[in-house]
Design a protein around this ligand. Structure first.
Ligand code: SF4
Length: 534
């Protein structure tokens, strides 16, 4: 049996000596974070156990054929119960990562940090939150995209550096890690983790800029890739997005219940503001660094001139429909995708059935546009939970039947249009098609609310390499035959782009559909196609 692990109770689990600038570094000690993990109290879930029914359940089907979310970040400035607010924010962002979570708080003098493996609600009980005093907080919920899945790589990371004590958490994936890391190591840096966040704090610690805010801006301008970052010192909160704006990050505000200046909040998605009763102010801009202190909110553009490349797949799949990202409601985008899909690839049928949960909004749009009844012909078991989505993927074959069940009386004798948001390896889609047909459907037509996924993501989404992506190696007709559908159609790229644009034009990354990457750094191994068998 495994155990739930905590790390970083106040004063424990931080990175310090190793992150001092070279002049301060003697022989760096291994920090507490690298010590053997401390097992406490309650057990975590073994792979055969059903988790807490109160836990939020992620959107996807675990069968080795799904895309994993990235991470979620939140930051709070000027609230008497900042840790509780960060907890609520993370709770709303749980869909972005279920492997680990952490909250760091500051009270003007001290900086505390607690991280654990598991869901936000499992880690942060009232007792644990009581150990996080202060009016400022940052939080993080994680699915590992880089680095291994150990608690060591959970965030926030707390760092003692020449620029002062810093806590940092980020969402995304850096792509010039090798170069940045090698340069830092040449300068004497000693790495404790394999996470991207540590690269960023090492850059801050080694920056020649004199002030912390200048050092942060300088460091961010040296890294390439996707990052939405929240940082905190003893008395300030920072939030920044990478220059291309890959990942979402929004700023909000709420009345401070203790009076005085408003509370300022940041979150990966605006759905977190609803739970906090915060008002949405605006998105943090690509290349913008925002600082919040006693003196108010200040902002600077630390980088500019790069074309915006916000992740279009956030609209297709990752973000919650009740979030507003990249200036647009996700619900509206998905509804439009369903409608456009119906216009592009309509087929005569009796019912439109979503693959829940993420296919629901697009299916509603499709059904309305096609004037075909919408039916919840597949029911998702919301109590299965993360047992089946942990990176080890201990349980695979049973996954689809455990998570989805057909409603026989809605499907039997009917021609069914199934709406889903992606086909990765194809194995899950085939099982779902078989399941619907097994329930008595006379025809099964699969419609996908985005173009074929032909290339892996290097910006924070855990896609397989090209050789494992079915659409990179087979034609649509070959995929149709493999998944055993009567017909298969994807939304066109132009159609998808038309569904995520408002009057104000936003530039999107579409690399997983086109293979055209906005950055120069990609892993060549991962973009090699499958070997052709002779
Ligand atoms: S490659 Fe795909 S998933 Fe990755 S950032 Fe670009 S659009 Fe998003």
């Amino acid at each position: 049996m495994t155990h739930r692990l905590y790390q970083g109770v106040p004063g424990v689990g931080d990175i310090s000596a190793s992150l001092r600038a070279p002049s301060m570094m003697g022989h760096p000690e291994r920090c507490a974070a690298a010590k053997p993990q401390r097992a406490v109290k309650e057990p975590a879930f073994a792979s055969s156990q059903i988790p807490d029914p109160c836990s939020l359940t992620p959107q996807f089907i675990a069968d080795g054929d799904e895309l994993h979310e990235e991470c979620g970040v939140v930051a709070i400035h000027n609230h008497p119960h900042a840790a509780h607010q960060a907890y609520l924010g993370l709770y709303a962002l749980q869909h972005r990562g279920q492997e680990s979570a952490g909250i760091a708080t500051a009270d003007g003098h001290h900086l505390a940090n607690i991280k654990g493996m598991g869901l936000v609600s499992e880690i942060f009980t009232d007792d644990v939150l009581a150990k996080l005093p202060g009016h400022m907080a940052i939080g993080h919920t994680r699915y590992s995209t880089t680095g291994d899945s150990a608690l060591l790589n959970a965030q926030p990371i707390r760092v003692e550096s020449t620029k002062g004590l810093i806590a940092i958490a980020h969402n995304g994936n850096l792509v010039n890690l090798g170069a940045a890391r090698a340069r830092l190591e040449r300068d004497g840096a000693y790495f404790q983790t394999t996470s991207d966040s540590e690269i960023i704090v090492q850059l801050i610690a080694h920056s020649r800029a004199l002030t912390l805010v200048d050092a942060i801006a300088d460091s961010l301008s040296h890294i390439e890739g996707a990052f939405s970052i929240v940082m905190m010192t003893r008395d300030r909160v920072f939030a920044a997005r990478d220059p291309r704006g890959f990942r979402p990050l929004s700023m909000g505000r709420m009345k401070n219940p203790a009076g005085g200046p408003d509370t300022v909040v940041f979150a990966s998605e605006s759905c977190a503001f609803d739970l906090l009763r915060a008002e949405f102010i605006r998105d943090v801009l690509p290349g913008e660094l925002v600082m919040v202190s006693e003196d108010g909110v200040t902002s600077r553009q630390y980088a500019s001139g790069l074309p915006q490349s916000s992740c279009i797949f956030e609209h297709v799949y990752f973000a919650r429909p009740d979030s507003r990202i990249f200036g647009r409601w996700v619900q509206e985008s998905r509804d439009q995708m369903g409608r456009q899909l119906a216009r592009e690839s309509g087929v005569s049928a009796d019912v439109v059935v979503p693959v829940p949960d993420s296919g629901v909004t697009a299916a509603l749009g499709y059904a309305e546009e096609a004037h075909i009844p919408f039916r919840l012909g597949l029911i998702r078991n919301h109590y299965v939970g993360r047992t089946f989505i942990e990176p080890e993927q201990r349980v695979r074959d049973f996954g689809v039947r455990l998570k989805l069940n057909p409603v026989h009386n809605l499907l039997a004798g009917r021609r069914v249009i199934l709406i889903d948001d992606s086909i990765i390896r194809g194995t899950t889609s085939r099982k779902i098609v078989r399941m619907v047909r097994g329930a008595g459907a006379t025809e099964v037509h699969l419609r996908i609310s985005c173009p074929p996924t032909i290339s892996p993501c290097f910006y924070g989404v855990d896609t397989p390499s090209k050789r494992d992506l079915i659409a990179a190696n087979q034609s649509v007709e070959e995929i149709r035959r493999y998944i055993e559908a009567d017909s298969l159609a994807y939304l066109s790229l132009d159609g998808l782009l038309s569904c995520v644009q408002d009057d104000e034009k936003v530039g999107y990354c579409t690399a997983c559909y086109t293979g055209n990457y906005p950055t120069q750094w990609v892993d060549v191994e991962d973009i090699l196609p499958a070997a052709v068998s002779s």
